[in-house]
Design a protein around this ligand. Structure first.
Ligand code: HEM
Length: 410
């Protein structure tokens, strides 16, 4: 059979696929000019001199140049988004510490612009403390608190708000720069605007949450706390997914089809998200201070009093017993699903990076469950509970990286 016969055309597909796999790894590391030579000396050679295959090499070589240029142009944008992700991660953990140290209601006013500066002299501190002494939390929880103790809780809430403003600036200034220099892909600009709007909404939601604790009952609404954490997670997921897309653009621009791994990891991302939301209700109701044993709750696997509130659906959000039980069940189910995926994936034909992210996900899940149980049985010590919150974000992060690898680099 000659080069133009069935044998060669059957071979075109196999060759193209091998060339594609080889080149997607290769383009990340090599300069565009050397691509063609590299391809020709790579050992991936077509049999004979089939013009179709020669064309493919030309095409891949041209694409390589474009991909390298794109990677150079998009790199700073991807890294900038990753820096924003790190800041949002820090913001979630700092928010948790602020809640756990009982600092969240220490600033009773919201001044988006003038509030950048903390009290700078004694008179300013006295004024700030005076405002706090008028608040229900002071009257019911911290009566008789000294100015020094007040400063202790003030600084956490102040740092949380300041970091929020910093994230706004770190996002907005480079965004405007990239926009003015026309460095943004047309599809990216609307996504970045959406992120910025969501960030602004998150600030408003934070204040709406604080306001729920500035009334007679000095307790932040668990619904608003969950909404605040949920929106933070949404922004984080959106930003990280976009950053991965921008950084990977030089390697692979479009989905390579759904492997078996991709839908499974997407389901797990949703499961972790829901488990985290249920954790927010545990935190909001301070449900971690009850039933401090594991796996039993008051000596039973399924405790009494799960449906004592009417109407029944309110038990899911307002009954300490049910909320804690649900968090346990969701967490353990998510954990087991991750371990099953880890076991199943050992028999799948995966890339090195997919394998790495699967191991990282399994380790993060084990650590997270261990942290959750320790937080519970030790009655919510601040460092452990803060680590448990950070652990949830780490788990979400590695799972998203795995989901991205599964979706775009099968
Ligand atoms: C996949 C595993 C888990 C995830 C993703 C997860 C996630 C979370 C999150 C995000 C919070 C805090 C929300 C907030 O501060 O607003 C939380 C709180 C909590 N979780 Fe988990 N959790 C997991 C496993 C567990 C387990 C197995 C237990 C114990 C049986 C547990 C016990 C707790 C407790 C007691 C709190 C409240 C701590 C506090 O008041 O700060 N968690 N969880």
């Amino acid at each position: 059979m000659d080069d133009y016969g069935d044998g060669v055309y059957a071979d075109v597909e196999g060759f193209g696929q091998r060339l594609d796999e080889w080149s997607s790894e290769h383009f990340r590391t090599r300069d565009a000019r050397s691509h063609k030579q590299d391809i020709l000396s790579s050992g991936i050679k077509p049999r004979g001199t089939c013009p179709v295959l020669r064309n493919m090499i030309e095409q891949v070589s041209t694409n390589a140049g474009a991909a390298t240029t794109r990677a150079r142009r998009d790199g700073p944008i991807g890294w900038w988004l990753l820096v924003c992700c790190v800041l949002v991660f820090g913001m979630v953990v700092l928010g948790g510490v602020t809640r756990l140290t009982g600092s969240g209601l220490s600033m009773v006013n919201w001044k988006p612009v003038s509030g950048v500066l903390p009290p700078l002299d004694q008179a300013a501190w006295d004024r700030e403390f005076e405002h706090y002494r008028d608040s229900p939390e002071y009257a019911t929880v911290n009566k008789g608190m000294s100015l020094d103790d007040f400063k202790g809780i003030f600084w956490f809430e102040y740092a949380h708000r300041l970091l929020g403003r910093l994230i706004g600036a770190v996002f907005l200034i480079p965004f405007l720069y990239f926009l003015i220099r026309r460095r943004l892909q047309p599809s990216l600009a609307p996504q970045l605007v959406t992120m910025f709007v969501l960030g602004g909404l998150q600030g408003l939601l934070g204040w709406y949450m604080v306001k729920s604790g500035l009334v007679d009952d000095a307790r932040v609404s668990q619904y608003r706390l969950a909404a605040h954490l949920g929106l933070a997670m949404l922004i984080y997921v959106f930003m990280l997914w976009t950053a991965l897309g921008v950084l990977r653009r030089g390697v692979s621009t479009k989905p390579r089809g759904w492997s078996r791994l991709a839908p499974l990891t997407m389901i797990l991302v949703v499961a972790v998200f829901i488990t985290m939301m249920s954790g927010a209700f545990v935190a909001g109701l301070k449900a971690g201070f009850s039933y401090n044993t594991f796996p039993l709750m008051a000596g039973k696997l399924v405790p009494d009093g799960m449906w004592s509130v009417t109407p029944a659906y309110l038990n899911l959000f307002e009954n300490v017993t049910t909320v804690q039980f649900n968090h346990r069940v969701l967490a353990i189910a998510t954990f087991l699903a991750i371990i099953v995926l880890w076991l199943v994936a050992r028999r799948m034909n995966l890339s090195r990076s997919q394998r790495l992210w699967i191991h990282a996900t399994a380790v993060a899940a084990v650590v997270q469950v261990a942290l959750g149980i320790s937080t519970l049985v030790m009655r919510v010590p601040v460092p452990l509970a803060a680590l448990h919150q950070a652990g949830a974000m780490v788990l979400l992060t590695v799972l998203l990286c795995l989901a991205y690898e599964a979706r775009y680099r099968c």
